[in-house]
Design a binder for this molecule. Structure first.
Ligand SMILES: Cc1cc2nc3c(=O)[nH]c(=O)nc-3n(C[C@H](O)[C@H](O)[C@H](O)COP(=O)(O)OP(=O)(O)OC[C@H]3O[C@@H](n4cnc5c(N)ncnc54)[C@H](O)[C@@H]3O)c2cc1C
Length: 323
């Protein structure tokens, strides 16, 4: 069937942003190729939650069963196998999350589907799929054209597309039966271990003021914090700042930190190494302050100031604090 299928990801009664990010991309591909977009929701007592997908796809397939209350690769594999074998979607999308990294490879092996993982860009034309992936820790963008196939499976990097809940759709909801669990291998869901509560989620911020090694010493951080407060921004950083423990690791942007897509990203004293850029280059507007006019951050910044950040910061704070 000509269908793009997105596996909805949810946890603790909440849909994860990656679900809507994949649906944004799927709808673009669907429009370009005249293919309908389906969200597959595996869960238990989850009708209300699945309904939240209504504005973002053409069909919601809801499979409900107590065994699907929490993610478990055994059950998900069987459920996905049933659905994919009966519907033959052209393309199946799964988030490149802890869940997707666990599920997608075994699914590809079991169903003999071609798989590309951690994709940041996806194009489909005349049933040929090409994707962009970052390799060597984000140093190289690799464009892969996949061998022609009737079906493809990919995992999508979080934060690579906008998460739009309303995409001008009004989906049909269909309930589908769960398979028999007789052949389960016996992996059991015991519970979630929540990561230590982070102070803030930088991925959710609209404005990020980000600091790099150019800050010089932790005693200068209040200067940046004051400016961030004056414009309602959240503080983030490059890796050296987190490594030095001047800010918590949860504030680090980049390949070994978080991928962010704020409306405004202001980089102070950050050179713009590719590992950093990989985590923030999709921000709507990038502003950089750096003493070195040749710093790579200026290649992707819309506005730049070549100056000592310690001189610029008080001036900016004064300007914005007055408003
Ligand atoms: C596997 C791997 C993963 C990595 N993951 C990440 C990651 O997730 N995130 C990340 O950020 N990095 C990551 N890195 C590190 C990355 O390669 C860079 O080393 C790092 O991003 C540099 O941080 P920086 O720009 O703060 O420091 P630097 O590169 O040292 O740049 C400091 C900048 O500040 C400027 N400056 C100095 N003083 C001032 C001043 N007073 N005013 C204004 N500007 C000033 C300088 O001109 C310079 O451009 C990773 C590296 C590896 C190998």
């Amino acid at each position: 069937m000509d269908e793009i299928m997105v596996l909805a990801e949810h946890r603790g009664g909440e849909l994860r942003d990656i679900t809507f990010e994949m649906l944004t991309m799927a709808n673009r591909l669907g429009k370009e190729n005249d293919i309908a977009v389906t969200a597959l929701f595996l869960g238990h007592e989850a009708f209300d939650l699945s309904e939240r997908l209504k504005g973002a796809c053409d069909t919601i397939l809801l499979m409900e069963d107590p065994e699907l209350a929490n993610y478990n690769a055994d059950q998900y594999l069987m459920a996905m196998e049933t659905v994919i074998k009966s519907r033959n979607p052209t393309l199946t999308l799964i988030g490149h999350t802890a869940m997707g990294m666990d599920l997608a490879p075994s699914m590809a092996a079991r169903l003999s589907l071609p798989l590309a993982t951690d994709c940041v860009e996806v194009n489909l034309a005349e049933r040929r799929l090409d994707v962009l992936r970052q390799i060597y820790g984000g140093k190289i963008n690799a464009r892969l054209t996949m061998k022609p196939s009737d079906q493809y499976l990919i995992t999508v990097r979080t934060g690579s597309f906008d998460a739009e809940m309303e995409q001008g759709k009004s989906a049909d909801a269909q309930t589908i039966p769960a398979p028999s669990w007789a052949d389960l291998r016996g992996r059991q869901f015991l519970g979630y271990l929540e990561a230590e509560l982070e102070d803030v989620d930088i991925a959710a911020a609209d404005i990020l003021v980000s600091i790099g090694r150019g800050i010089g010493k932790p005693e200068n951080i209040p200067l940046v914090q004051e400016f961030a407060d004056s414009i309602g921004a959240t503080l983030s950083c490059s890796r050296p700042v987190a490594d030095e423990e001047w800010l918590p690791k949860s504030r680090q942007v980049g390949t070994s930190g978080k991928t962010v897509r704020p409306k405004i990203y202001i980089a102070f004293g950050i050179s713009g190494a590719y590992q950093h850029q990989a985590g923030m280059k999709n921000a709507d507007t990038i502003i950089a302050v750096n003493t070195d006019p040749r710093a790579p951050i200026f290649n992707i910044a819309r506005y730049g100031i070549v100056e000592d950040m310690l001189k610029v910061l008080p001036l900016l704070t004064e300007k914005f604090a007055k408003k």
